[in-house]
Design a protein around this ligand. Structure first.
Ligand SMILES: [Zn+2]
Ligand SMILES: [Zn+2]
Length: 467
């Protein structure tokens, strides 16, 4: 028997956790964190208690209560007997939190399959941010008392596009797709009932649309019995957007200014990083990055396909934030930051203030306190190069951004292209692949899919669908 059970990504954007069972083989397609569900119960001042291990996550339905999935230490903390792992593998599409983060709770003997580039990004994320119970994807420290112990490493298996591999009765072919993070894949999976296709997150208006087209082509060829498709923007109409457009708009904004310019974007989006890196170079400015974002450059520059500069690149400067004594004394910085100190290509807010036309500050709105030390001249510019606010929390944070900009007389610009396919593009994908049945996930508007195909399965969470 072959079946699908959706434990996340149902009527919500992200949080995908799809259990595929075939004969005796069980794999999860992604095991992500659902931001919307977490935000229903938790926020900054009320978060799941690390001291309670996995219990808060299980009780509030942030992870499914299934047998043979979770770490021994977490089972013990929950007062349950440790269990032999009953999941054969996780197939991870890409490094975004809504697909990857809750791997953190899974048993260390469950192999995690991911693209090599995705692995590099996760390594950078591990170094960049302090360890939390919700972010222990590549390794974890046994709890509650093991924080001083060596981390337990997970079994990571890397794949490249087109290279098939087997897990039990399943054969899997990962095919690269274009998304707002490199190392993103869709999967074609041969089950005993026939092939199925899973898109992961995709777009067709990005820099590497041909990769998504490769996936569509391959999926069409195999005539899948089921297509599991993302539908983030299925209800949206056509919109003119591309990375080239972001480049042109932002380049104009920077070129026209001799004042300070801030650019705010997500470093995992390598296309966007390159857009601003190139704009900085072409306008005679240096790109200023935060030290924790520098880890992305260190890891991604190792990937021969990505063409990302390393942190010692002559056009990149590491921003040195004020810490400890507030005097930029070496003793104020941790071992990791000292490394940048020693490289000699750091700069402080005060140094930036002396030469505002020589830098493009990619340090984001969370570093706005730097403006207090920079005291930018009125008319300085801020380019918000990420999605516009889509919920109340984001609206609040945008109001805060606006307040900072108003206070310093700065002008705000918006320039972005999404990581997700536009509605009409997605409809085209579904029509082209011609799967026997279509399971819309990673969407708040599954009903919109009715327009495209009569074979839509409206997914209910936790229900088993036999193929
Ligand atoms: Zn996603
Ligand atoms: Zn994504």
């Amino acid at each position: 028997m072959t079946s699908l059970t959706f434990h996340g990504g149902v009527n919500e954007i992200g949080g995908n956790k799809i259990l595929l069972e075939d004969k005796d083989t069980k794999v999860f397609l992604d095991f992500g964190k659902s931001f919307s569900r977490r935000a229903r119960y938790f926020e900054e001042y009320i978060s799941p208690r690390t001291s309670n291990g996995i219990v808060d996550f299980l009780t509030m339905g942030l992870v499914p209560d299934i047998k043979g999935a979770y770490r021994d230490d977490l089972m013990k903390m929950a007062g349950r007997d440790p269990q032999e792992p009953d999941i054969d593998a996780v197939l991870l599409t890409h490094a975004h939190a809504d697909h990857a983060d809750y791997i953190s709770f899974l048993h260390e003997d469950i192999p995690i399959h991911m693209g090599s580039t995705c692995h590099l990004i996760l390594k950078a994320l591990t170094e960049k941010a302090p360890r939390t119970i919700e972010k222990e994807i590549l390794d974890f420290k046994s709890r509650p008392q093991g924080l001083r112990d060596h981390p337990v490493k997970r079994k990571i298996k890397e794949f490249r596009t087109g290279s098939k591999f087997k897990i039990g009765s399943l054969e899997i072919e990962p095919v690269h797709v274009d998304h707002s993070v490199p190392g993103a894949y869709g999967f074609i999976i041969w089950t005993s009932e026939g092939p199925i296709a899973y898109t992961g997150d995709i777009r067709l208006h990005g820099t590497h649309a041909e990769m998504t087209r490769d996936f569509i082509e391959r999926a069409r060829e195999v005539r899948p019995i089921a297509l599991l498709t993302e539908g983030t923007r299925i209800a949206d109409g056509h919109k003119e957007e591309s990375e080239q457009k972001v480049y042109e708009e932002s380049s104009k904004i920077v070129t026209e200014s001799t004042n300070l310019v801030f650019a705010d974007f997500n470093f995992k989006d390598v296309d966007r990083f390159k857009t601003f890196y190139n704009i900085a170079k072409e306008t005679g400015r240096k790109l200023v990055v935060k030290s924790n974002d520098a880890f992305f450059l260190r890891y991604l520059s190792q990937d021969p396909y990505l063409n990302v500069p390393d942190i010692d690149d002559e056009d990149i400067i590491i921003y040195l934030s004020k810490r400890g004594s507030g005097t930029y004394s070496e003793s104020d910085y941790s071992r990791k930051d000292k490394e940048f100190f020693d490289m000699g290509n750091t700069c402080t807010a005060e140094q930036i203030a002396k030469n505002p036309s020589k830098v493009l500050c990619a340090i984001g709105s969370y570093s706005f306190t730097a403006l207090i030390d920079m005291l930018p001249k009125p008319g300085a510019r801020y380019i918000h190069s990420a999605s516009e606010p889509y919920n109340k929390e984001q609206e609040l944070s945008h109001e805060r951004i606006d307040a900072w900009l108003n206070h310093f007389g700065m002008h705000k610009f918006q320039s972005h292209c999404s990581g997700h396919a536009r509605g009409p593009d997605l409809m085209e994908v579904i029509r082209e692949i011609e799967a026997e049945s279509v399971y819309p996930i990673h969407t708040e508007s599954p009903e919109t899919f009715k327009k495209i195909s009569a074979n839509i399965v409206f997914v209910e969470e936790g229900k088993k669908y036999t193929l």
